[in-house]
Design a binder for this molecule. Structure first.
Ligand SMILES: *[C@@H]1O[C@H](CO)[C@@H](O)[C@H](O)[C@H]1NC(C)=O
Ligand SMILES: *[C@@H]1O[C@H](CO)[C@@H](O)[C@H](O)[C@H]1NC(C)=O
Ligand SMILES: *[C@@H]1O[C@H](CO)[C@@H](O)[C@H](O)[C@H]1NC(C)=O
Ligand SMILES: *[C@@H]1O[C@H](CO)[C@@H](O)[C@H](O)[C@H]1NC(C)=O
Ligand SMILES: *[C@@H]1O[C@H](CO)[C@@H](O)[C@H](O)[C@H]1NC(C)=O
Ligand SMILES: *[C@@H]1O[C@H](CO)[C@@H](O)[C@H](O)[C@H]1NC(C)=O
Ligand SMILES: *[C@@H]1O[C@H](CO)[C@@H](O)[C@H](O)[C@H]1NC(C)=O
Ligand SMILES: *[C@@H]1O[C@H](CO)[C@@H](O)[C@H](O)[C@H]1NC(C)=O
Ligand SMILES: *[C@@H]1O[C@H](CO)[C@@H](O)[C@H](O)[C@H]1NC(C)=O
Ligand SMILES: *[C@@H]1O[C@H](CO)[C@@H](O)[C@H](O)[C@H]1NC(C)=O
Ligand SMILES: *[C@@H]1O[C@H](CO)[C@@H](O)[C@H](O)[C@H]1NC(C)=O
Ligand SMILES: *[C@@H]1O[C@H](CO)[C@@H](O)[C@H](O)[C@H]1NC(C)=O
Length: 506
């Protein structure tokens, strides 16, 4: 057994300068460790109007294919891409349209998204471009003129015709319809009961028309509150929402904060206290749904609503946030996350095409995604456990593989600022934990960047996934791994400010 007295004697003297974080790590999964983490836990949601930029229509977007392929290389399983978002509810299918998609912009309406879009049959070519994906197809719920059912029939029948059955995971009818009155798509007196009636009417007509078994992803609400619409009461007997039994998985959306609230790295992103508070309501929802036999997922999420905040969502600190948020969700049994993407969104993991002269770009959040995939691994038998620590900066997770401690992830979310530190080296904290008796060494794989606000020169284990090196395929550019040995039965791992590591026991 681990002896903390021994620990303090040995290490307080050795590392007097840094903060020392002693941990007692169970070598087999404690009862409070997670259930087995699904290998598609880390998935994406891609804004409907920009899906073609990501996948390609006539030719595969090789950059996207490489970045998604890298994640599959880590886990061995296809990702689930939800093609949806606000623009799914502003899309009209036109059978005679030759172009795959026409996005109609109105910059007084929104700088990041078209006001509305039309799609033709060639839109669906995009679903046969990427190698390692399954799809949730986002149907238009809001359309309510005389052709709304015709529009839905078109979207569903083209999807069934063009997306291979094994790739067509689910349909989603409507995005964040709980805020439909606020968005001006329904009158102010529109109720949750009206929503459910419309949802059931549409799905029942789709189902009977096609005479088969469509399955749905729902309700994809934005709000967690318990006011007019509620992700809890919508399931009660008053509404009889899933009266047909076609809802295969539950989806809830969530963002840490809003771009209009001037978020900062320190208070909103690189802050484990904030991240824990953010995850808590999802854990409650997960428990609620699990206890009713339903699968709960976070079907659209990212750091800052409103497509992200400059210098917050698009910098390295957000990669660290993505790791903490993902692993805390997994540790609490949440089945899957879909990180939302859009071509020029600040929080995107990558920019898939040239925008206004800026070439395609791997963005910092992707480096958090690949770290999470590496930590989950490919055994299909991984459980994750969060070891709570004091404060907002230091975070520790364990991964148990087949019932045995396999990996630790440590994060140091102190903000390292090159300007403020005037060239002084990054301060480090030292995580110290008991080595299992069988572990003779460990490989430390580092995720690092020059500083918390870096948007370039990021490496994971010495590899860059940048576009300009090999279109997103990993390229070794530095030494990012090292071996450590246990000393007096304990491993000690230094983690510099604004860095994260995976420690793989051997
Ligand atoms: C895509 O391919 C179709 C026919 O396969 C062709 O008509 C169309 O012009 C092509 N579009 C582009 C942008 O190359
Ligand atoms: C992992 O396990 C799940 C559930 O048993 C299964 O559906 C999936 O195919 C497995 N994936 C791999 C890569 O073995
Ligand atoms: C679609 O967007 C265009 C451009 O902003 C606008 O002119 C048009 O009225 C919109 N159509 C609908 C149905 O909202
Ligand atoms: C139909 O949608 C329009 C906006 O697209 C909205 O103003 C109107 O209130 C809706 N009507 C009903 C009956 O939901
Ligand atoms: C809701 O408001 C619309 C006008 O926007 C009105 O026509 C309708 O009767 C109202 N419905 C109820 C139930 O009050
Ligand atoms: C369902 O939720 C509504 C609030 O949206 C509430 O008025 C109603 O009493 C609830 N019904 C049951 C059976 O819990
Ligand atoms: C971290 O977040 C908590 C609340 O979530 C807040 O009290 C604290 O001040 C934040 N820390 C910093 C450095 O902003
Ligand atoms: C996750 O599942 C495990 C195993 O069923 C359970 O012991 C643990 O309490 C669950 N965690 C949460 C946060 O519900
Ligand atoms: C592209 O440039 C135009 C003109 O400068 C600008 O209005 C628009 O917002 C830019 N778009 C993006 C996505 O940056
Ligand atoms: C970094 O330090 C500089 C100089 O002190 C300061 O202006 C800047 O706001 C700091 N950046 C962050 C993200 O804290
Ligand atoms: C990266 O950050 C630098 C410095 O803040 C900025 O000038 C540049 O535009 C950023 N690049 C991108 C792609 O956001
Ligand atoms: C990596 O480490 C090796 C051995 O210490 C050294 O020879 C090599 O130059 C290093 N490479 C880089 C890119 O730092």
């Amino acid at each position: 057994m681990f002896k903390s007295a021994l620990l303090s004697t040995v290490f307080n003297t050795l590392f007097a300068v840094c903060e020392i974080i002693p941990l007692v790590v169970q070598t087999t999964p404690p009862a409070s460790a997670s259930t087995i983490v699904p290998l598609d836990f880390l998935s994406y949601s891609i804004e409907f109007s920009f899906w073609g930029d990501y996948a390609g229509f006539n030719a595969t977007n090789e950059f996207t294919n490489n970045l998604i392929g890298n994640l599959k290389t880590e886990t061995g399983q296809d990702l689930i891409i939800r093609v949806g978002g606000a623009t799914q509810d502003r899309t009209t299918y036109i059978a005679s349209q030759k172009q795959p998609i026409i996005n109609n912009w109105d910059y007084t309406y929104n700088l990041d998204q078209p006001k509305n879009s039309t799609i033709g049959p060639s839109f669906w070519r995009s679903f046969n471009r990427l190698s390692s994906t399954k799809y949730i197809f986002g149907l238009n719920f809001f359309k309510n003129d005389s052709t709304f059912m015709q529009n839905l029939y078109g979207e569903v029948s083209e999807s069934r015709k063009n997306i291979p059955t094994e790739k067509l995971y689910l349909f989603e009818l409507g995005n964040e319809n709980d805020v439909g009155t606020g968005n001006g798509f329904r009158p102010a007196n529109w109720t949750q009961k009206d929503y459910v009636n419309e949802w059931v009417y549409r799905t029942e007509h789709l189902q009977s028309k096609n005479n088969d078994k469509l399955r749905f992803y729902a309700p994809s609400f934005a709000g967690l509150g318990n006011d007019v619409f509620s992700p809890i009461t919508v399931w009660n007997s008053t509404y009889d929402y899933d009266q047909d039994g076609w809802i295969a998985e539950v989806s809830q959306h969530g963002y840490v904060t809003f771009a209009t609230r001037n978020p900062t790295l320190a208070s909103d992103i690189m802050n484990h206290t904030t991240t824990s508070r953010f995850v808590a309501p999802f854990v409650n929802l997960n428990n609620f749904h699990t206890s009713h036999g339903r699968i709960f997922t976070i079907g659209e999420t990212n750091s800052v609503a409103g497509q992200g905040a400059f210098n917050v969502s698009d910098v390295f600190g957000s990669a660290l946030w993505g790791i903490d948020f993902s692993l805390l969700s997994a540790a609490n049994n949440i089945t899957r996350l879909h990180f939302h993407q859009g071509t020029a969104y600040r929080y995107a993991s990558w920019q898939p095409v040239t925008v206004n002269g800026t070439a395609p770009l791997t963005k910092p959040p992707y480096y958090g995604n690949i770290f999470v995939a590496r930590f989950i691994g490919s055994s299909n038998n991984t459980q994750i456990m969060n070891y709570p620590l004091d404060g907002e900066s230091n975070v520790a997770y364990a991964a148990y593989d087949g019932g045995k401690l396999a990996r630790m992830a440590f994060l140091n979310m102190d903000i390292y600022n090159l300007t403020a530190s005037a060239g002084a080296p990054k301060p480090s904290n030292t995580f110290v934990f008991n080595a299992p008796s069988w572990a003779t060494s460990a490989e430390v794989t580092k995720l690092t960047a020059p500083e918390a606000t870096s948007n370039t020169t990021i490496t994971f284990g010495g590899y860059s996934y940048d576009y300009n090196l090999a279109k997103g395929r990993p390229v070794k550019v530095s030494n990012g791994t090292s071996m450590i040995m246990p000393n007096n039965g304990v491993f000690s791992v230094e983690v510099a400010a604004s860095e994260a590591v995976i420690v793989a026991l051997q």
